[in-house]
Design a protein around this ligand. Structure first.
Ligand code: UD1
Ligand code: UDP
Length: 384
């Protein structure tokens, strides 16, 4: 190789900004001089506490380009992103496009790059919920099928791809028609290990909210099928409030902007009143990642519908009650670290009380060894 590999990383939503920190760190240190990275932010998330905070605290270089697409319907938002990414790729300054996860920003990057024959590297490839009513399932399937490198966090993800016909002929030159499939581990495990001690030093969130170690429950809710369905949203909040009243634990819920909006519109009057009267059921703004790690590692238990938070609960040894009917991270359930409760009050309560009583079994690492990003760099340098 005569010159460094030039990567265009496309990010836009909170979880992928955080994931990008692991790769940007590896590119700047481990692959220094061998890979150069430009960052394109689509602008899908734009509130300071959904975007800028992560650049400020996680050492991610500033975005070279921001498309500022903002919010909107799936079609309008994704179309604006595709148009903007295409303009950048037409300059032919990048050898490949690096994408994370399953958001509309991921989909837009995949479609724009594939149509211009720019190779795509997909981090978090092969995850499946087998539920195409999730916008994320559609996004990740399209992205995987446009990719030249499929970086899988788990063996399950590799098996999912094999079922879809990806043979992973890794000894041949990769292409969109013959992509490489690599089980590299989870870049978010890299990040959780790396930032845990930094969070311990810097985060003051437990003190700020008067939270005691193991004396509170951390909750996040933002998945559209929970926030936008009045029955599910009210069932979830009623159940959380009942558990809060029954168990004497504080509850802390950093509220995603989508959820904030839908709570205002869809929560029943009695639920709003109970929330207001429950002084230690804390609705707080979206947290920075260091604060989030402090909350996850200090919590007694985590209740969430987030993909990332499910796993981080496990990284920090906390049981997870998952407010979804299924998960892409099946290992968590198989190894007794989390249960799937959907938005069902009985299952949420039973899962919560079971974990309070029994805790979770010890388990060997499920998501790699904390060096996923280096492995991705190695594979890209070796085979591009
Ligand atoms: C998106 C992803 C989802 C991911 C989540 C992470 C898609 C289809 N969904 O969902 O997979 O789990 O991000 O958080 O890409 N809003 C603000 N300020 C912001 C961002 C959003 O107020 O900075 C509000 C707007 O009202 C917006 C709504 O949140 O309409 C939803 O945002 P959007 O990016 O469409 O989807 P998310 O629910 O955030
Ligand atoms: N996160 C955060 N602050 C919050 C909520 C989540 O920093 O208030 C982090 C969380 O630790 C994880 C990532 O955001 O790393 C997960 O993103 P999110 O739940 O928004 O999306 P998902 O993972 O479900 O796509």
């Amino acid at each position: 190789m005569t010159r460094p590999l030039r990567i265009l990383t496309v990010i836009g939503a909170r979880p992928q900004i955080i994931k990008a920190a692991a790769m940007s760190r590896a590119i700047a240190t481990y692959a220094k001089g061998r890979i150069v990275e430009s960052l394109l932010h689509t602008g899908q998330h734009y509130d300071a506490n959904m975007s800028q905070v992560f650049f400020d605290e996680l050492g991610i270089p500033s975005a070279d380009i921001n498309l500022n697409v903002g919010s909107g319907g799936h079609g309008a938002m994704t179309a604006r992103m595709i148009e903007g990414i295409e303009q950048v790729l037409l300059k032919k300054e990048h050898d490949l496009v690096l994408l994370y996860g399953d958001t509309n920003s991921t989909l837009a990057g995949a479609v724009a790059a594939a149509k211009l024959h720019v190779p795509v590297a997909h981090v978090e490839a092969g995850l499946r919920s087998f539920n195409k009513r999730m916008p994320e399932e559609v996004n990740r399937i399209v992205c995987d099928h446009c990719s030249t490198w499929l970086f899988c966090p788990t063996d399950t993800a590799v098996a999912n791809l094999r079922r879809e016909g990806f043979t992973g002929a890794n000894d041949k030159k990769p292409s969109a028609d013959l992509p490489h499939v690599v089980q590299c581990g989870d870049v978010m495990y890299d990040n959780s290990l790396y930032f845990a001690s930094i969070a311990k030093e810097r985060s003051t969130i437990l003190n700020a909210f008067g939270l005691r170690e193991n004396g509170f429950v951390l909750v996040t809710v933002h998945r559209d099928n929970n926030t936008d369905d009045p029955q599910r949203l009210n069932d979830i909040f009623r159940t959380l409030l009942e558990l809060h009243a029954r168990h004497g634990l504080d509850f802390v819920l950093p509220v995603h902007p989508r959820t904030r909006k839908m709570m205002d519109t869809l929560l029943a009057a009695d639920v709003k009143v109970t929330l207001k009267n429950s002084a230690r059921f804390l609705l707080v703004p979206p947290a920075g990642f260091l604060d989030m790690i402090a909350l996850e590692s200090g919590a007694r238990l985590v209740i969430t519908d987030s993909g990332g938070v499910q796993k981080e609960a496990y990284f920090f040894g906390k049981p997870g009650v998952v407010l979804r009917p299924e998960t892409e991270w099946v290992e968590l359930v198989q190894h007794g670290q989390a249960i799937l409760a959907d938005a069902d009050p009985a299952r949420i309560s039973a899962g919560f009380e079971g974990f309070l009583r029994d805790g979770i079994p010890a388990v060997a690492p499920l998501f790699g060894d904390g060096h996923a990003a280096e492995r991705i760099c190695d594979e890209l340098i070796r085979s591009w």
